[in-house]
Structure formats: C-alpha cells, structure tokens
Design a protein around this ligand. Structure first.
Ligand code: SF4
Ligand code: SF4
Length: 164
C-alpha cells in the first residue's frame, strides 16, 4: 500500500524506487494488503480525494476519522482490476506506510512491520521513513484501526512481523 518523490502505482508505495520487480511482486500477491481492513483517513485526506474527482466511498466514524466503505467483494473500492490503486497519488497515509503498521495496544502506540513479499526489498531507511510517517498519523485514527482490525488480525499471521 510509502515514501518519496515517486509513489509506486501499485498498492505498495514504501519505496522511492519504482521498479518492475516491485510491481511484479505486488501483482503476484494480488494486493493482499488492500483486502484487509478498510483504510482510515482524516477529513483532510478524504476531502483531497473527493476534490480530485474520485468517487466518495467514505463513511464517518467521528470528527476526523473516516473509513472507506468496502465494495461488494468486501475490499477497497479504489483497488483496480490490475491490483493498482486508483488514487495512488492521494492514497491514505495508512496505505502509504504499509507494510509498517501503527498499533494502539495496551493504551499506547507501537509500530510493526509485516514481512509480506515486498519486505526483503526494503532498506532500513525505507522502514525508518515509514515509521516517521506512521508517527504523524493522528492517534484517533490509530485507535480505530486497532479496534476494527480485531476481526482480521488472524490474517496478519499469514506473514511474520516484527516491532520496529
Ligand atoms: S502485501 Fe506486500 S507484497 Fe502483497 S501487495 Fe501488499 S505490499 Fe505488495
Ligand atoms: S486506497 Fe485502497 S486500493 Fe489504494 S492502497 Fe489503500 S487499500 Fe489499496
């Protein structure tokens, strides 16, 4: 589903390097990360996506926490048939930092990285940059993410993870 001047066109965007190798990894994976929990966004992120002319799939949880309503297949409606993200230039910060995930566990935030197929391609700097971005995500978003992810956390076990 990060960083840098050029965002990867596929769901994963952590790298500043856009390579066919990355595209092929995510394509082969069939955008598994986009089929997990619904991305949560701030009002500002939601407004930017709508202002750019994309369909409004958002539902409000509270003042500055919005979710993307899943489609009939139960996945993100911005995921295209070729597993690319239709809003990749404006994709939610939670998507940009994947496979780094902020959690709100036992009353405090921590950060993990899921060792999905793209993980071996990531440098320490990539992960550091992703964690920095994750730290900027508002706590209400992280709390909601942790709450709604309870229903799919077992899916994360498909891959190992570690704290960063
Ligand atoms: S789970 Fe990892 S490898 Fe799979 S699509 Fe997402 S970023 Fe790419
Ligand atoms: S907005 Fe949807 S399709 Fe785009 S990266 Fe996030 S989950 Fe995937």
């Amino acid at each position: 589903m990060i960083l840098g001047n050029v965002y990867k066109a596929f769901n994963f965007s952590i790298s500043m390097r856009v390579s066919n190798q990355y595209l092929s990894i995510c394509n082969h994976c069939k955008a598994w990360c986009c089929t997990l929990v619904r991305p949560l966004v701030t009002k500002q992120e939601k407004n930017a996506i709508i202002a750019a002319g994309y369909s409004n799939f958002f539902i409000k949880y509270e003042n500055d926490v919005y979710s993307i309503k899943p489609n009939e297949k139960g996945i993100c409606p911005y995921l295209k048939d070729d597993y690319s993200c239709d809003i990749h230039h404006l994709k939610p910060k939670l998507c940009k930092i994947w496979p780094v995930i902020p959690r709100y566990k036992n009353g405090k935030r921590d950060y993990i990285v899921i060792k999905c197929p793209i993980f071996p391609e990531l440098s320490k700097d990539d992960l550091k940059q992703a964690k920095n971005e994750a730290e900027a995500i508002p706590t209400p978003i992280v709390k909601y993410l942790w709450a709604i992810s309870s229903e799919v956390r077992h899916k994360y076990k498909r891959f190992e993870y570690e704290n960063i």
